[in-house]
Write a protein that binds this ligand. Structure first.
Ligand code: FES
Length: 583
């Protein structure tokens, strides 16, 4: 019979790591005597990152003494102590390749059920003083597993572990772990796994996503921001029209010079433009939303001409009809979702561009969905696409607009050009009675986005109903990092002129790669304060998966499963030549 060798607990504590403060509960100490067990925790235990490691499905983490012995041999170590792997229960027996998800065990006076394999992150690398540890644990088939608590009670070292319930669908922890993280992902096994009711909802959702998209990257792990990869590279497209839309916005229409079809875009996506400054110097990369009807014949981008903005200045002052412009494939996951729910297109200023493409798509579909166009502008001189939006709304049976000008000009006509004076605010949104089931598509300046997100949450809209686009890079994911203010992206303090040039297109900064100075593109991005997402930092979790706009990378170490074609796993990739990242 299996046995509980040690009960280990620890409350989150702050540690220093690479100049950052990390809050982590990975450090556990053995408990003397009995220890209370509740649905969420052992007494005296806690997780620093509840979203990643907490909750009823991850109440107790188990690791086996047999795996201790394995890692001592593999890593040539003899310094392990109980709780070394961040586990609550150090056990004899219960091997990952023997126990199944859904099996139930009595330990002490408490009752437990195996809920999911371990989710590894960089903190086990810190605890073990071995950064590869997340990948090693996952790839070895010895991840350990979590228990949910079915009956609260108490436990103590020396307790026997009695199996009291079999799983209906027998799938071991090792099998389920491999199914998510390691190719291939056999559909028949995925189908069986998603039926296991005891498997935590998060794992079932990931496995269901894999089942739905079995090819091209790991759909179960790929973050939403990287979910629409595109072929890397730039195409020289011909400028067929340049059209002013307002006092400070101009549209550029682009087509293949030979009339051949362009890569299909989705409404809401953007392209990256590569600009060769006439005066020489570094190439410029700028991301611009496609603002017109998305089709394979032409792209239309619309650009706000900012004072001092080099990209806008080039397009306004130098670009002419007939010129060639280097353009990437369409990128981005801010796209109009299919469905019958009401749609609210909510924008301010140049944020109208991607939602305008969505309005075009709704019009082309002759959608019966309720559509509300909500827009904030300074005045009629700075209100691009006003007539175009009116025309599109008229093609829809159930559509209306509401436009606010913060400072209308004398010639702007209330009720015709705009509907009220002022900003879009919570009071305004309340008065508009947004449909409860609406899908909201939000784009605008950072402050507007932040205020609108807070307002929509306060109005009771669920996060899944609100889709947003941030032009200057996405949101960071840095689990456990506390107390630091994210700085704006910037060039390297001490850059060189040699080595591959890595351009972060959305952040509009670039830096040369110096082998030895950085281990990965992730570290280079962090050195430039480019917003990044990560968790394991060793090629397991795919949180760092990002779009590769152009260029090539090599991997070291190899990730457990490659990124989708057109994407890159930043944490274990290095550039082999100049490259452009969708960051
Ligand atoms: S951070 Fe996990 S794969 Fe890169």
């Amino acid at each position: 019979m299996a046995q509980l060798l040690s009960v280990n607990v620890g409350l989150p504590r702050d540690i220093q790591w690479r100049g950052e403060t990390i809050r982590t509960g990975i450090f556990k100490e053995p408990v003397a005597g009995r220890c209370g067990v509740t649905r969420l925790n052992l007494a005296g235990d806690g997780q620093g990152d509840k979203a990643g490691h907490g909750g009823v499905n991850r109440a107790v983490f188990v690791y086996q003494m047999e795996s201790y012995r394995y890692w001592q041999q593999q890593l040539g170590r003899n310094d392990f102590v109980p709780g070394q792997f961040g586990e609550n229960f150090t056990v004899e027996g219960m091997a990952d390749d023997e126990v199944c998800i859904g099996e139930r065990f009595r330990i002490g006076s408490a009752l437990f059920e195996i809920s999911q394999p371990r989710v590894t992150c960089y903190r086990i690398g810190i605890r073990m003083d071995e950064p590869r540890m997340p990948a090693l644990l996952t790839s070895s088939g010895r991840p350990g597993f979590y228990l949910r608590v079915l009956r609260e009670g108490d436990v103590g070292s020396g307790d026997s572990i009695e199996k009291v319930g079999e799983a209906r669908e027998r799938m071991t922890v090792t099998e389920v772990n491999s199914l998510l993280y390691l190719p291939p992902h056999p559909p028949e096994k995925l189908r069986r796994a998603v039926q296991i009711e005891a498997l935590s909802p998060g794992w079932r959702a990931s496995l269901a996503a894999l089942l739905a998209s079995p090819a091209g990257g790991n759909a179960g792990l790929m973050p939403e921001v990287a979910a629409h990869p595109a072929a890397p590279g730039f195409k020289a497209l011909q400028v067929t029209a340049i059209h002013p839309e307002s006092a400070d916005v101009l549209s550029v229409t682009l087509q293949q010079a030979d009339g051949s079809p362009l890569p299909q875009a989705l409404p809401g996506q953007y392209v990256v433009i590569r600009i060769h400054p006439a005066t020489g110097g570094a190439l410029l990369y700028r991301s611009y939303s496609l603002s017109g009807h998305v089709c394979r014949e032409r792209y239309r981008i619309s650009v706000k001409i900012e004072p001092g903005g080099r990209g806008g200045a080039y397009l306004q002052q130098q670009l002419r009809v007939g010129d060639a412009l280097e353009v990437s494939s369409p990128h981005g996951s801010f796209i109009l979702q299919p469905g019958a729910q009401p749609v609210v297109l909510l924008s301010a200023g140049i944020g109208a561009t991607p939602v305008l493409a969505m309005l075009h798509a709704l019009s082309a579909q002759q959608a019966a969905r309720q559509v509300l166009w909500l827009h904030a502008a300074h005045d009629g001189g700075h209100h691009p696409f006003a007539a175009e939006v009116e025309r599109l709304l008229l093609t829809l049976g159930n559509a209306r607009r509401y436009v606010r000008y913060s400072q209308p000009r004398p010639q702007d006509v209330l009720g015709k050009d705009f509907d009220a004076v002022g900003h879009l605010s919570r009071t305004v949104l309340e008065s508009l009675a947004l449909p409860a089931q609406a899908q909201i598509y939000l784009c605008g300046p950072p402050r507007f986005m932040s205020e609108m997100k807070d307002t929509l949450a306060a109005l009771g809209l669920a996060p899944g109903q609100v889709h947003s686009e941030a032009f200057a890079g996405g949101q960071s994911l840095r689990p456990g990092v506390v107390g630091t203010v994210q700085r704006s992206p910037h060039p390297l303090l001490a850059d060189t002129d040699s080595g591959p040039l890595v351009s972060f297109a959305r952040s509009s900064v670039a830096a040369h790669w110096r082998p030895g100075a950085y281990k990965s593109l992730l570290e280079l991005a962090e050195a430039c304060d480019v917003p990044v997402r990560w968790s394991c930092r060793s090629g397991v979790c795919h949180n760092c998966e990002s779009g590769l706009v152009s260029g090539d990378v090599a991997y070291g170490p190899e990730p457990l499963e490659p990124a989708a074609q057109g994407n890159v796993l930043l944490c274990c990739a290095q550039p082999t030549r100049d490259l452009v990242l969708d960051l």
